[in-house]
Design a protein around this ligand. Structure first.
Ligand code: UD1
Length: 415
């Protein structure tokens, strides 16, 4: 497993272009299976989760070509409906193939997905919704076996707005008789991107926000679609710029999807300017941002919690983080402490008392966003740091070392 070697203390400066969003690309790739046609996704990030999704599509019999930022999937040749455990284990979003498999073949054999360990991460809402639509699903240990003689429309009210369950049910509904009415659907921009793609393929999806109506059985075509820019990648580089007291401009950015993150950064004393589709952050003095509570969109995103915590570790004053989405999402805290951060975490709260300076340390990444947080803190710290298990970070950040190097960071990958 690779190691990142970082020499911290240099403010980040410069301009970088964001990639397409991981959390949009993965459901889009699963959606190509449901279309049964040839689709092209542009600006698809070159990350290991996308590679894993492509491996699943190939296993199912789809023709997949990947070059540059373009992924072309011809799902017409898909011929099987099982996904082996070793492919399912690679990422959480592997479960998003369940809905398309049922829509397309009426059967699916797979296992529980892997992905970042952030707590229990059940998939009961996915299964409950699919069962309501007429799927028979058995869960035997890790193995999921699903079949149906035909999904049918119905009303599914999600007890909480799960991103993955919303996506899975939309995708399954493409193959149902009648209309699925989905209440309390998640409203993340990546779901909006999925709906834009599916509509371009001919899908009949009405409504926006938390109430969606998907009419199934509509013949679908392929489509060419540019993946939405990554708001979590944006939040990460903005947090790194703030932590190092830098001046960074992002292009290919959608600031309207970052409202809650930008509000926190502004409260923390950063100057944010938007011009010609670019977003610039300048920071000379960083102060505590007040309480940061994670919530479903358009609240403060749980995926930005760890990167912002790294920045608040070197801010003046005390910041309280409240993690409301996942029960075990402070796994980055011990490593931040190893760098000299003052953080006390208990249950869903983490109290961060900013320190003047962090110092280099050796650490291990435990998950994707937590790993990025360690990189941010190491960039802000005096001296050298080493971060092991960077595979977690490579799952979600395209060209991470290269992008940071372009901003003046001293970071190298040791194989
Ligand atoms: C997606 C994102 C992830 C982000 C998360 C929350 C992708 C590929 N991943 O993950 O980066 O952190 O949204 O914004 O898009 N839950 C249940 N039962 C279920 C499903 C979810 O109880 O069947 C709970 C989860 O445990 C969690 C909450 O609902 O507490 C939100 O999870 P969910 O929105 O489903 O997250 P993911 O789709 O896994």
């Amino acid at each position: 497993m690779d190691i990142f070697c970082i020499r911290g203390g240099t403010p980040l400066h410069g301009r970088i272009a964001l990639h397409g969003a991981k959390n949009a690309a993965l459901p889009l790739l699963a959606a190509t299976l449901a279309t049964g046609a040839r689709c092209e996704l542009l600006d698809c990030p070159d990350i290991s989760d996308v590679t894993a999704a492509c491996a699943i599509l190939r296993h199912l019999g789809c023709a997949v070509e990947q070059h540059g930022g373009i992924v072309a999937v011809d799902a017409g040749s898909a011929c099987r409906s099982d996904i082996p455990a070793e492919l399912m284990r690679k990422m959480r979003a592997a479960v998003l193939f369940l809905g398309p498999l049922l829509a397309r073949f009426g059967t699916a054999e797979l296992s529980l997905p892997g992905g970042c360990v952030l707590g229990a991460r059940p998939i009961d809402l996915h299964l409950r919704g699919l069962r309501r639509m007429g799927a028979e699903i058995t869960l035997d240990g890790e193995h999921i076996s699903a079949r149906t003689d035909g999904l049918h429309g119905c009303t599914v009210a999600l007890p909480l707005p799960s991103v993955g369950a919303t996506e899975n049910l939309i995708l399954a509904a493409l193959g149902c008789r009648g209309t699925l009415t989905l209440c309390n659907a998640a409203r993340e921009p990546e779901i909006g991107d999925l709906i834009i793609f599916l509509r371009a393929c001919g899908a009949d999806i009405r409504g926006e926000g938390s109430l969606l109506r998907i009419r199934g059985g509509v013949p679908l075509t392929g489509a060419r679609h540019t993946v939405l820019p990554d708001r979590m990648e944006a939040a990460t580089y903005l947090a790194a710029a703030a932590a190092t007291r830098g001046d960074v401009t992002l292009t290919n950015v959608r600031p309207e999807h970052l409202t809650a993150v930008l509000a926190v950064l502004e409260r923390a004393g950063c100057t944010l300017t938007q011009q010609n589709g670019m977003l610039r952050l300048r920071c000379s003095r960083l102060r505590a941002a007040g309480p940061i509570r994670t919530a479903p969109y358009d609240g403060f995103p749980t995926d930005a919690q760890a990167p912002l915590m790294a920045a608040m570790a070197v801010a003046e004053g005390v910041t309280v983080f409240e993690e409301n989405l996942f029960e075990d999402r402070f796994r980055h805290v011990p490593a931040l402490r190893a760098l000299g951060a003052h953080i006390h975490a208990a249950r869903r709260y983490a109290v961060v008392t900013g320190v003047r300076e962090l110092h280099g340390a050796s650490m291990t990444a435990t998950d994707l966003r937590g790993g990025a947080a360690l990189v941010i803190a190491a960039l802000a710290a005096r001296g050298r740091s080493r971060i092991a298990d960077t595979g977690h970070i490579d799952r979600g950040y395209a060209c991470f070392v290269q992008m940071l190097t372009e901003l003046g960071a001293q970071i190298e990958r040791e194989m």
